[in-house]
Design a protein around this ligand. Sequence first.
Ligand SMILES: [Zn+2]
Ligand SMILES: [Zn+2]
Length: 254
Amino acid sequence: MRTIYRSIFLISLLLIGCSKSDDIENELNNGNYPIKQQVGYSANDILSNKNFTDIYIEVMYVEGFKPSAETLTNLEDFIESRTYKTNIVIEERLINISTKSIYSMDDVRSIEDANRSVFSFENQLTISALFLNGKSSSDTEKTTILGTSYRNTSFVIFEETIQEGSNDIFEPSKVTLESTVILHEFCHLLGLVNLGSRMVTNHEDPEHSAHCSNENCLMYYLIESGQMPPWMRSEQIPELDANCINDLRANGGK
Ligand SMILES: [Zn+2]
Ligand SMILES: [Zn+2]
């Protein structure tokens, strides 16, 4: 009998950056929407149609690490099902950067700053989604970072790590793994868990902040070693549980 020791972790580091609480009420739609606030800051703006009716996702990828079209369709469907956005646009763009084999979060922020080209304006809120080669500098022997949401409208996906952890025997398909990670990161931007969307019922994992205590939920913080979590054996993308959905609804979502 063979034992598979490969470990894949769905982990997101929530980098709580310094944030300044500006009085921006009147500047939301004039191009000055803040993009360097902490994760969860824009939850209501993404969920509701109060300040923005439309959403634009700028997908920037490094050559060879473009996300699957099916994954982006899954993201679009998810946004449609959980937010009140009328128009959802997802566009992909190849970026030319001097690639590294390991990226720190400072590197990731710099890449966004140098390449992001679409900003919230008038009725459209924008999100920056980076797809990189290489790996996260936070990877260890035991944990592998697949994605990280790091600012109020920004997340990064370590696409090479996803490719390495998928489409092999005992591994999920690339689309399943990729979709799972993207939706998980996007949900952090929606303020889950207890990260900008107030909890209706307490369900935050006491040991892993900003994650759900339900192990079947999309927002579960998965740590495993030597044992595959149930969803990874199947082709099914985990869904949000009732507690997480209730939090989104209470903060302007569906
Ligand atoms: Zn997470
Ligand atoms: Zn949940």
